[in-house]
Ligand binder design. Structure first.
Ligand code: GTB
Length: 221
């Protein structure tokens, strides 16, 4: 069955892979599923056709036959459940890998997003400069805890899993701030994730879209 995901027609990051379709592409590549991509503009994301797929008018979405999903955690979990390669067979190890998926989106991602918000969306507010160190320290707090838990291990719990895929994806968003590099084992963990052939393919696919040259008709090809 054809799988179709949505992605930014033009990602604001210009192809750095930070938009959330990258983690879905990565999961699809890890489990060997081919997929199509429907590109959407910021305007189209808020129109009824897309809102019917995504109640919050965002990307990515995932369509497979009659099934339509949104939320990257759910999409990656769906793929990991249906295909081998992203979740251990042992029930306890599987539950722990799923726990790491939730930890990535529920515990580690929020302070990182807060930092992005302060720096980019609220950068012009008079209180932004005062707030920034507090938010940075909250990110450091989480990264430190994760760094201690990871220690010298390759992955968070044994073999690479969907938990690592989500955690690496979330951590990538903290790299532009410079905070990730303060924790050398986390920086190395993220680099191991990025070195995976499936990640490389996912990254290249989104980069190709975001670096297309605009044509005379205004549409990039
Ligand atoms: N919780 C949802 C999920 O995990 O799927 C969050 C989805 C989400 O935030 N989608 C963003 C979106 O559609 C794109 S990924 N935003 C448009 C809108 O809300 O109107 C967030 C993102 C955007 C841009 C960059 N960047 O340029 O670096 C990185 C990440």
């Amino acid at each position: 069955m054809t799988i179709t995901i949505t992605a930014f027609e033009r990602s604001p990051d210009g192809g750095k892979g930070l938009a959330r379709d990258t983690r879905v592409r990565w999961a699809l590549e890890e489990v060997g599923q081919s997929y199509e991509v429907r590109l959407v503009s910021f305007q189209a994301m808020k129109e009824p056709a897309h809102m019917a797929l995504h109640p919050f008018g965002q990307i990515p979405t995932y369509e497979e036959g009659h099934l339509a999903l949104f939320e990257t955690g759910s999409i990656v979990f769906h793929l990991a459940e249906r295909h081998a390669g992203l979740l251990p067979v042992d029930a306890d190890a599987r539950a722990r890998a799923i726990t790491w998926m939730f930890a990535a989106v529920n515990t580690v991602e929020p302070p990182i997003l807060d930092l992005v918000t302060v720096k980019i969306l609220e950068g012009d507010k008079p209180w932004s400069k005062e707030r920034l160190p507090l938010v940075q320290d909250r990110v450091r707090g989480r990264l430190k805890q994760l760094s201690v838990r990871l220690g010298s291990a390759e992955w968070l719990d044994g073999e690479f899993s969907a938990g690592d895929l989500m955690m690496v994806s979330v951590l990538l968003r903290s790299r532009p701030s410079g905070l990730l590099d303060e924790y050398s084992n986390l920086a190395a963990y993220v680099a191991r994730g990025e070195a995976r052939p499936a990640y490389q393919r996912a990254f290249a696919a989104q980069l190709a879209i975001n670096t297309r040259t605009p044509q005379p008709d205004g549409h990039p090809r």
